[in-house]
Design a protein around this ligand. Sequence first.
Ligand code: MRU
Length: 367
Amino acid sequence: MTKRSTYDVPRAIDWVGGLDGHAALIDQTLLPGKLEIIECHAPETVWHAIKRLSVRGAPAIGIAAAMGVVLGVRDHDEDDVAGFVTRIRGVCDYLAGARPTAINLFWALDRMRKVGESADELGVSATKQALLAEARRIREEDAAMCRAIGEAGLPLIQDGVAVLTHCNAGGLATAELGTALAPLYLAREAGRKFSVYADETRPLLQGARLTAWELGRAGVDVTLICDNAAGACMAAGRINLVITGADCVAANGDVANKIGTYSVAVLAAAHRIPFYVAAPSSTFALDKPTGAAIPIEERAAAEVRSGFGAMTAPKDVRCFNPAFDVTPARLLTGIITERGIISPVREEGIRELLSASATCPDSCAPS
Ligand code: MRU
């Protein structure tokens, strides 16, 4: 039998070449059946890739958007500084409209906008190079933060543990390794024996199509369950830890994540099972006091009625399809960040940790 590598996920998103290059992203809508790359040469391609979830997961969305900014301004007239700054702002506003919930999108665009605004001093040509460097840095920093999250969460993954995860917060959702899945990959590397239950995650099946695929490639012992089997698995003692990702963490610790996360957290509390969220500092929004301030994306009814082509409901039945929900901080055992675990989850602890890591910490600074 061939030995499988521990982490074997192709890069979800990368930049290929220099300023005249392109963003290359895996079309995640086709997984696990096909592994195809979309080459993005224009911001419109990036916008559509984010909208239709070809690239998805909060950190990967932020990285894609940063690269989309480069694509949107790189052909700008070198002598037109004022027009360049206006254009940067326009491209950022355009990309910000792709999806509303993942805060990393707005966080990355803010970084790109700030670099773009330095064109007054740097000139257009140097600013274009600075924008490309910033987009690449956002990607590299994310990879480093994911590894640091993995290290912070590793002590939770002891021999014999069975972990439930929801949606996909793995390598496909980030630069590399993932957030919720990073401790699992590092535990596998360390030779620990554990198992994972992956919720299939209706309606778009990120758990079935993506999490089961990437954990399986790494040789992790993974079992796929229907979302509505989670409670029964907990009651039967099959699960003793939950880790999910996050799309946005409010100042008080409320967490927006894939629809169904809240139900899993309620179930975990009912069964006294520790429930952790893994998130880099780029996913926190301290300007949002509670989860009530986080915009929740609503997606098309067709995803519920006829996802993946088969009619599974009457074609005109009314549907409500929120893509995310908010899990209140009181249901969290802890938040695993690149700086360590915040537990208990309280605003003071969050602010204290983030003030120490406003930028990527030394321990995870990219080389
Ligand atoms: O709609 P998606 O697939 O973009 O939703 C993704 C999630 O909810 C993830 O859990 C979250 O973005 C964290 S990814 C590290």
